[in-house]
Design a protein around this ligand. Structure first.
Ligand code: FAD
Length: 466
């Protein structure tokens, strides 16, 4: 009595990969079911991008209030009620996740709260505590995402946190050690530092945020020092011992053994794809790399031609917008459209203070590719809006081809860099030149003028810098 139900497309996982794939497939006429064993919205909306940005926003406003006199204001008795901060964060998350469910419903996507296991390459079992229907699908999009890497000497639990627990602490800790100075560790560490936590960052490499140019991360380091964060580079974390009140971390730096004790240890050393476990990829013969990532072609198709994979489980940057981009390509490929991925222009953003954002090539990457490029660096201090925002510390670097003037990359460190990078992504996508940007009238006073100024600088006639 267990016949399969029929569906066109099964989507596994409802993060920014899965839910976007489901909506796009439905728009293209597919009968779609999407299943998630956790919460709809995935890591991004529940325990990633959105809650972290909500907390960072609270911390930013708190920091501004503590420096109210910078703006001619006086704010007395400024206090953090972290329970209420968490309430604000939860309300943001709830608005966004219920929005996702509303969109899926409006697009007539069937939703299933539960886990998926493949039975064979055409059928899967969907199950939760109440029911366990089986579905026969014509196409499948796997979007099961990733989870924090757990290191043997630092098992999560008690005083040892992953990013997930670090987003839901009931109080502002007095102190916290962070292993791993990638963007997630820096975003969370700087947020807590602004709330008053004494932060120690243990980073194995000689720089934090290794994905970004050093002159960008240097600005973040400068601000972290103002936030009284202690950064230990070249640190090899060895072990941890916890009591019910605190945790002591042993590490080695410069051949010396040291210890540091804090309320919590947060381990942010990367993420592991959810391709192991009960899902049954082995059973149906889906090919993965040694790192457990699913191999796909330029339409996100796996080695089984009607099964696609997108997001954190495939190679490339583990970022929400990359997952959503691949989602649209996979759904369109299923509908027979000629869509293909093109990774030339995927922006990367760290919501550190200052924000760091990059798109296209860095100067070095362009040169390594054999391109004859120049880099034009314009300081935020030369922009009126940046100065009104107390954001003079920053720069925009525009990378352009010397002969053609084509824009091939940009890096921005500064206030609102996250929002500014979009214009440069569009410029690269559209094949814009520095002249196109220089001739585009940007409203005054806005941060966008920095982009125009950098283009004029690249053309050799800057107005607002010397
Ligand atoms: P996920 O969002 O991980 O979703 C996968 C879903 O699949 C989960 O809901 C899971 O429950 C479900 N699932 C897994 N296995 C099964 C199964 N067998 N059956 C049913 N369901 C299953 N990215 C950015 O671009 N910008 C940011 O600012 C940013 N900030 C971040 C901050 C933090 C603290 C973290 C941890 C991540 C952040 N990221 C950010 C990364 C971003 O969250 C991920 O890249 C993104 O969520 C990946 O999307 P996905 O759809 O591939 O998978």
């Amino acid at each position: 009595g267990d016949a399969s139900l029929d569906i066109d497309t099964l989507v596994i996982g409802a993060g920014p990969g899965g839910y976007v794939a489901a909506i796009r497939a439905a728009q293209l006429g597919q009968k779609v079911i999407i299943a998630d064993k956790g919460k709809f919205g995935g890591v991004c909306l529940n325990v990633g991008c959105i809650p972290s940005k909500a907390l960072i926003n609270s911390a930013h406003h708190y920091e501004s209030m503590l420096h109210a006199e910078d703006y001619g204001l006086s704010a007395e008795n400024v206090k953090v009620d972290f329970g209420k901060v968490q309430g604000y964060k939860d309300s943001v998350v709830n608005k966004m996740t219920s929005g996702v469910e509303m969109l899926l419903k409006a697009n007539k996507v069937q939703m299933f709260q539960g886990e998926v296991m493949f039975i064979n390459e055409n059928e899967a079992r969907l199950f939760n505590d109440q029911e366990a229907p089986r579905y026969r699908f014509k196409n499948c999009i796997i979007a099961t995402g990733s989870r924090p890497i757990e290191l043997k000497p630092f098992p999560f639990g008690g005083r040892i946190l992953s990013s997930t627990e670090a987003l839901s602490l009931p109080e502002v800790p007095k102190s916290m050690v962070i292993i791993g100075g990638g963007y997630i560790g820096i975003e969370l560490g700087q947020m807590y530092a602004k709330f008053g936590t004494e932060i120690t960052i243990l980073e194995g490499a000689d720089t934090i945020m290794p994905g970004f140019d050093k002159d960008m991360s240097n600005l973040v380091v400068k601000k972290l020092k103002k936030n009284k964060v202690d950064i230990v580079n070249g640190a090899l974390a060895k072990g941890a011992e916890q009591t019910d009140k605190d945790v002591t971390v042993t590490y080695e730096v410069g051949g010396e053994q040291k210890t540091v004790t804090a309320d919590y240890l947060l381990v942010t050393v990367g993420r592991r794809p959810n391709t192991d476990g009960e899902l049954g990829l082995d059973l149906i013969g889906i090919k993965t790399t040694d790192r457990g990532l699913i191999e796909v072609d330029d339409q996100c198709r796996t080695n089984i031609k009607h099964i696609f994979a997108i997001g954190d489980i495939v190679p490339g940057a583990a970022l929400a917008h990359k997952a959503s981009y691949e989602a649209k390509v996979a759904a369109e490929a299923i509908a027979g459209l000629p869509s293909k991925v093109d990774y030339k222009c995927i922006p990367a953003v760290a919501f550190s203070d200052p924000e760091c954002a990059s798109v296209g090539y860095t100067e070095k990457e362009a040169k390594d590719k054999g391109l004859n490029v120049k880099s034009s660096k314009f300081p935020f201090g030369g922009n009126g809006r940046a100065v009104t925002l107390n954001g003079a510390d920053g720069f925009l670097k525009l990378i352009s081809e010397v002969d053609s003037g084509l824009v091939v990359g940009a890096q921005i460190a500064g206030v609102e860099a996250s929002n500014m990078i979009a214009e440069l992504g569009l410029a690269i996508e559209m094949g814009a030149t520095i002249e196109d940007i220089a001739l585009t009238i940007h409203a005054h006073p806005t941060l966008g003028e920095i982009t125009m100024d950098a283009a004029e600088l690249a053309m050799g006639h800057p107005i607002h810098t010397i």
